[in-house]
Design a protein around this ligand. Sequence first.
Ligand SMILES: [Zn+2]
Length: 130
Amino acid sequence: MAKRYSKAKLVKFRKEIEAKMGFVSEDVDTIREGLGTASNKQGGVTPDSIYSLHMADAGTDSHEQEKNFMFMNRGSDYFKNLEIALERIKEGSFGVCKICDELIPEERMMEVPNATKCVECKENEKLGLA
Ligand SMILES: [Zn+2]
């Protein structure tokens, strides 16, 4: 039987990740304002629109474009990794090592939400044993 985090735990992780995403966008907004390019506020991507993107799974063209726009502007790997982590929560593969099928410790998932391997397997891989 594949192990999984409980629903309650996953909700906690999701909130944690969404909060991190909120912090990221605040940072970017601050930078943007610092550069004096805050004129396009209306069409800007706010944390609210990030949430609505997740609500709307439909993936229409405009949503897709908005998403790309968001990534272009926020293009950090950090933000993308959080997106990936949210996807994994949805799929149910979050927090499970893809090599040994064991749960990855909670602390590690908090630190590296997009981790797909436990520390042990990662080390083995580094050593060329995996
Ligand atoms: Zn493992």
